[in-house]
Design a protein around this ligand. Structure first.
Ligand code: SAM
Length: 349
């Protein structure tokens, strides 16, 4: 096993068979060794810096019906909300004053926000904060729409692939959604020039070790600038409400493997990881994570953006989140970094 880990550390790749073997057979001591190697790799490129991104959850309306997600369209128990341009700008102002130089606009796939409206939002933010980066996370759109957003000034796009296996994908989503569409979107985003983030949930229903190995190799092939990995957490109003959630250990293992496969990637220690374990985010950082995304959404809407149950930080004002996260980063032995934090290999076309 150590030889396999050394090989991964040195070459930043393994075969599908080797990955399966590693995931299935790694023991506690070997995991520690793997995590050490992942941490070393992250230090080589990003030292002990942790990049901050201010997250604005601007709409919980969604036209999709992903079986695992709390804001899926058929969930009638969600009180739906949308933020106005003014409210979004207000979040940015609060974030800017706290030192954030990236604003992540995330939401369900909400037709109310036409391309023109998204472009208007991007331009308004860029006009006020020209030196800040804008990350969008608003789902699957056409090539033309993505291009409009990029030309308006958006820099990054997060679109987790969720699972790289068609059959597994079809067990998590209704039939109008497919892995091939998702994949095409990711390649379109890359071609247009975005910094692109893919990723997956760990422990989602029906997931196998084979699926996980495939996810990792899909990431290796796509070579995204960012990778979001978090545990699946059941949500009470979904058909997966009684399923078991993903574990801290399995998620940490996937983060460490991803760091070794993609040494220069920006990898967040996710809120979901902090939700399943009080020290989840710290452990995520120690396993190779180098990004955190404190919430900037107005506190009165946070509970309504319940992708999964028991989500943390829903009551904290942005300034409290900032302070709390900084303390956690420092306690874990890292340092808050307040520059834009672009991927080392990205330049705007
Ligand atoms: N609509 C956009 C999209 O599809 O990319 C962005 C919002 S979507 C709610 C953001 C991410 O939340 C998804 O990519 C998914 O991985 C994650 N998510 C949704 N439900 C979850 C759950 N029950 N547990 C953990 N993560 C979940």
């Amino acid at each position: 096993m150590r030889e396999l880990i050394d090989k991964l550390y040195k070459n930043n790749t393994l075969t599908e068979e080797e990955l399966r073997y590693l995931i299935k057979n790694i023991d506690e001591e070997e995991k520690k060794y793997l995590i050490e190697k992942a941490n070393e790799t992250r230090h080589r490129y990003y030292s002990n810096k942790v990049f901050m991104r201010g997250l604005i959850e601007f709409t919980n309306y969604c036209k999709n019906d992903c079986y695992y997600c709390g804001i899926r369209r058929s969930n009638k128990n969600v009180e739906r909300y949308r933020l106005s341009l003014e409210e979004i700008l207000n979040c940015c102002e609060i974030g800017y004053n706290l030192g954030y130089k990236t604003f992540v606009l995330q939401g369900g796939e909400d037709g109310y926000y036409t391309d023109d409206k998204i472009v208007e939002i991007i331009k308004a933010i860029k006009e006020k904060y020209p030196h800040c980066a804008i990350t969008l996370s608003i789902g699957e759109k056409s090539y033309e729409s993505y291009k409009k957003y990029f030309e308006a000034g958006a820099d990054r796009y997060l679109l987790r692939h969720e699972t790289a296996d068609e059959i597994h994908y079809s067990k998590l989503h209704p039939k109008e959604l497919s892995f091939s569409e998702r994949e095409e979107c990711l390649y379109n985003l890359k071609e247009i020039g975005f910094q692109v983030g893919a990723g997956f949930m760990v422990g989602s229903p029906y997931q196998t070790v084979e699926n996980l190995a495939k996810d990792l190799l899909f990431l290796k092939k796509l070579d995204p600038h960012m990778v979001g990995i978090g545990p699946f957490i059941p949500q009470k109003d979904t058909k997966f409400k009684d399923e078991t959630g993903g574990t801290l250990e399995a998620t940490i293992l996937m983060i460490a493997l991803t760091r070794l496969l993609l040494p220069k990637a920006l990898i967040p220690a996710t809120t979901a990881l902090g939700t399943i374990n009080p020290l989840g985010r710290e452990k995520g950082l120690r396993a190779g994570g180098n990004v955190v995304m404190p919430n900037l959404s107005p506190t009165n809407v946070r509970e309504k953006y319940s992708l999964y149950d028991n989500k943390i930080c829903t009551g904290d004002e942005a300034a409290e989140c900032r302070k709390c996260i900084e303390g956690r980063i420092n306690n874990a032995g890292f340092e808050v970094e307040l520059s834009r934090g672009d991927n080392l290999e990205w330049r705007r076309k």
